[in-house]
Design a protein around this ligand. Structure first.
Ligand code: AMP
Ligand code: GLY
Length: 423
């Protein structure tokens, strides 16, 4: 099979590393890719926003299958255009990608199909939103409706904070993403991420993970795209996974199909495990970054036929096997992230991978033959262990061998699971 992978982050490096191990693979391209992905695929400098260019390249190389990593091209309809050109594509249609692209869309789906989630209202102007907040009281959650790079959510512990967040949205802090606001009940519990494939009819549960959104140790400081993750998430017991499939995923698949937007791709469900059970916080329609890195480390099966079956409606014919081990990833980021940071800082050394640990590239580039850091989140040091404690020790041992002066990482990734394992 000739495969084209779209994306350039740590998630795509992990996908590329797994796809490259497939005996079904004949030729492999990535656009635009990164220096880590270049170990597995030929990099192509395509403008992914220009769908005609992507299609023309795919035709020229007789690409059989395109795997889309990030959400932006999906929300922009890249998968629709590729499929219309006759190219099998992993990733949902533009209509189905609204599950990530519009929080209001997802909340309305939940309401229509009785999927457990926090009570909510949608607003297009500030005054009724403010009235609703005053009536409900704090804590309460304010969300910009659209894609806001993970920054559009305020969990307000006081009414004043909630009112300020409403004003911020309508004052344009998140651009058009904040033109509509969802106000949602605060859910109390432990968070977990659940990954599940769907071809529009069938579901294939993958695995669970827990991430660390805050930049600082002890879950302090501003939110980020994710400073680390581990899999599996201990709170997602087999019984909880079964309930999530029955109460959340299956009604979503059926509801999306019934509404004329069948979903094919990966559900990345953000869950709150409350006293009542699993409740949906949000859907993403792509693999998590860095959650994907720990998932790919744990996946024993060949990834390529699984993704292809998802894209071609034959998911009932495949299975996914997982290592029992835990996997944990530590994100090395540029000093200053998630605020301003220097670009093009030199990375002097990346240690070799071993059986148990590996460094994925997320925001790197080659400048005059030297490896430099170009992004906020730059490297993902990922390791296995019999326990999260062991995976954590291995990941940090390898992270400490990276020579990059402008880099930093959290030192406590996995702390909740490590504390559980000690208890
Ligand atoms: P989201 O971008 O929707 O994942 O929200 C970002 C974070 O805000 C989530 O990971 C949760 O930690 C928190 N959050 C979102 N919605 C709620 C809610 N209804 N109750 C409590 N926390 C929430
Ligand atoms: N790590 C969170 C995300 O990929 O959205």
């Amino acid at each position: 099979m000739k495969v084209l992978l779209i994306g350039s982050g740590g998630r795509e490096h992990a996908l590329a590393w797994k796809i490259a191990q497939s005996p079904l693979l004949d030729e492999f391209y990535a656009a635009p890719g990164n220096p880590g992905i270049a170990d597995h695929a030929t990099l192509v400098a395509l403008n992914v926003e220009d769908h005609a260019t992507v299609i023309a390249f795919a035709k020229e190389k007789a690409i059989d299958f395109v795997v889309v990593g990030p959400e932006a091209p999906l929300v922009a309809g890249l998968a629709d255009d590729l499929r219309a050109a006759g190219i099998a594509t992993f990733g949902p249609s533009k209509a189905a990608a609204q599950l990530e692209g519009s929080k209001g869309f997802t909340k309305d789906l939940c309401a229509r199909y009785d999927i457990p989630t926090g009570a909510y209202q949608r607003f297009k102007t500030a005054e009724p939103a403010r009235d609703y907040v005053r009536a409900q009281g704090a804590p309460i959650v304010i969300k910009a409706d659209g894609l806001a790079a993970g920054k559009g959510v305020t969990v307000a512990m006081t009414e004043a904070e909630a009112l300020a967040a409403i004003d911020e949205c309508f004052d344009g802090a998140f651009g058009t993403a904040g033109a509509e606001v969802v106000v949602e009940a605060f859910l109390d519990g432990e968070e977990a991420s659940f990954f599940c494939l769907s071809d529009g009819k069938t579901a294939l549960a993958l695995a669970t993970a827990q991430d660390h959104k805050r930049v600082g140790d002890g879950d302090t400081g501003p939110n980020t795209g994710g400073m680390g993750a581990y899999s599996p998430a201990p709170v997602m017991t087999p019984a909880m996974v079964e309930r999530t499939m029955k109460e959340i995923i299956e009604p979503t698949i059926a509801g999306m199909a019934k509404d004329g937007n069948p979903f094919s791709g990966v559900f990345f469900a953000g869950l709150m495990i409350t006293a009542k059970g699993p409740e949906l916080i949000e859907y993403n329609v792509r693999f998590g970054d860095p959650e994907c890195q720990v998932l790919m480390m744990r996946l024993k099966s060949d990834l390529l036929p699984i993704l292809y079956a998802t894209a071609t409606g034959t998911l009932d014919k495949v299975e996914a096997e997982w290592r029992d081990d835990a996997a944990l990833t530590v994100v090395l980021a540029s000093k200053g992230y998630p605020g301003a940071y220097d670009k093009n800082t030199p990375i002097a050394h990346i240690p070799e991978a071993s059986e148990e640990a590996k460094v994925f590239h997320a925001g790197t580039a080659l400048k005059d033959g030297e490896l430099v850091a170009t992004g906020g989140r730059v490297l993902n040091v990922t390791a296995f262990g019999k326990t999260v404690t062991e995976a954590q020790a291995r990941a940090y041992a390898l992270a400490d061998k990276v020579e990059w002066e402008n880099g930093f990482c959290r030192r406590d990734i996995g702390w909740q699971a490590v504390a559980r394992e000690k208890a």
